[in-house]
Write a protein that binds this ligand. Structure first.
Ligand SMILES: [Ca+2]
Ligand SMILES: [Ca+2]
Ligand SMILES: [Ca+2]
Length: 318
C-alpha cells in the first residue's frame, strides 16, 4: 500500500509540478516571432524604471534602452526594467479573448537557461490591472546569482521563460472571473520585473505565495527584465488590407455567415489558418460558407494566391 502511495505521489508530482518545457521539447507553448498568428505589435507605452539593485538604491536606477525599443517586431533593441521596474503599453485597438493565446511577450535571453522573468498584467480601463496567475517552483534554498540558470519547466505564466525571438504566450480567458476586467476589450498590458531576491525584504511572489528565485542581484545598467516586444494575436476592429486588390467581406464576420470576395483577377489556393497555426484548404468560387470550416470564434488568417503572388489577410470570425 505504501509503495502504491509512493508511485501515485510520484506520478502526481511529475504530471502537475512541471510546466511547458524548452523550445524543441514536446508540449512547449512558445510562439516564434515569425508566426502568422501575430497581427500586430505594441507601439505605444511608458516605462517606470526599477533599481539597479533594490538592496542598494545608492546605485540609482537602470538606464538602458528606451520605451520604443519595445515597440514593433522583436529585434536586438530591448528596454531594461531594473529591479521591480515596469512598462505599460496602450492599445487603441483593444485585444479580445479569442480561441487560445491572445498575445505574447518577448525577452532577449540568448539561450534556454539564462532567463530573467516578469509578471504580466492587463487592464480594460487603464486603472484596474489584473495579474496573470504565475507559478515558480524553482528551489529557494540558495539565492541564484547574476549568471545562474533557471529551468523553464519550473515556471508558468511568467514572461521571459523562453529565449529571444520566442514569445511567452498569455490567454485572456484565464482572467474571465475578474469582474473589473473586460477580457474582450483589453486596452493595457503591463510588464513588471520579478525581483529575484529570496530575502523577504525584497522578494516577489508567485500567485501561490511562493518566493520566486531568479538571478539576482543584476546591478548593472541592463539589469532586470529586458523587454524586446509584445506580439498581439487577437485584436478588435482591424481593417482589412487596404492595398490588396481583393475585397473580402464582411470582416469581422459571424461564424454562421457567408464570406464573399470581390477580385479583378482569379484567386487560387485559398487556405484558412487558425489561431493554432492549423491550415485548411478552402474550396470556393465567390463565397465561403464559414460554418463548413470553422467551429470557434477568433482571429484567422486567409492565405491565397493572386497573379502568382501569395497574399495574407486577417479575418476576424465572431
Ligand atoms: Ca484566449
Ligand atoms: Ca528581475
Ligand atoms: Ca525590441
Amino acid at each position: 500500500m505504501l509503495k502504491l502511495f509512493k508511485i501515485v505521489f510520484f506520478i502526481n508530482c511529475t504530471v502537475f509540478a512541471q510546466f511547458s518545457p524548452i523550445i524543441g521539447e514536446q508540449g512547449c507553448i512558445a510562439i516564434h516571432m515569425d508566426s502568422p498568428l501575430f497581427v500586430n505589435w505594441a507601439e505605444e507605452g511608458e516605462v517606470d524604471r526599477g533599481w539597479m539593485n533594490i538592496a542598494d538604491t545608492t546605485l540609482g536606477k537602470v538606464t538602458f534602452g528606451e520605451i520604443d525599443f519595445a515597440y514593433g517586431v522583436p529585434d536586438p533593441a530591448v528596454l531594461s526594467l531594473g529591479d521591480g521596474g515596469s512598462a505599460s503599453f496602450f492599445f487603441e485597438n483593444t485585444l479580445f479573448d479569442g480561441e487560445g493565446y491572445d498575445f505574447a511577450v518577448f525577452e532577449n535571453a540568448f539561450d534556454a537557461y539564462f532567463l530573467e522573468l516578469a509578471f504580466v498584467e492587463v487592464s480594460s480601463d487603464g486603472e484596474n490591472f489584473v495579474r496573470f496567475e504565475s507559478q515558480s517552483i524553482t528551489s529557494i534554498e540558495a539565492q541564484l546569482g547574476s549568471f545562474d540558470l533557471l529551468a523553464t519547466e519550473e515556471l508558468h505564466n511568467l514572461a521571459g521563460k523562453y529565449p529571444a525571438q520566442w514569445g511567452t504566450p498569455f490567454d485572456l480567458n484565464e482572467l474571465s472571473i475578474h469582474s473589473e476586467l473586460d477580457i474582450n476589450a483589453i486596452s493595457h498590458i503591463r510588464i513588471v520585473d520579478v525581483v529575484g531576491s529570496v530575502d523577504p525584504l525584497y522578494a516577489t511572489y508567485d500567485s501561490f505565495g511562493r518566493t520566486i528565485n531568479e538571478p539576482w542581484p543584476t546591478a548593472f545598467e541592463q539589469g532586470g527584465f529586458d523587454l524586446d516586444a509584445i506580439g498581439v494575436i487577437h485584436q478588435n476592429l482591424l481593417s482589412i488590407d487596404e492595398h490588396s486588390e481583393v475585397l473580402i467581406y464582411p470582416n469581422p464576420v459571424s461564424m454562421e455567415s457567408v464570406l464573399r470576395f470581390n477580385s479583378s483577377s482569379p484567386i487560387k489556393n485559398m487556405k484558412l489558418i487558425d489561431a493554432f497555426g492549423r491550415i485548411q484548404d478552402i474550396d470556393f468560387n465567390t463565397e465561403i460558407y464559414l460554418s463548413q470550416y470553422v467551429s470557434w470564434k477568433g482571429l484567422y488568417v486567409l492565405e491565397y494566391e493572386i497573379l502568382g503572388e501569395k497574399n495574407r489577410q486577417k479575418l476576424i470570425i465572431r
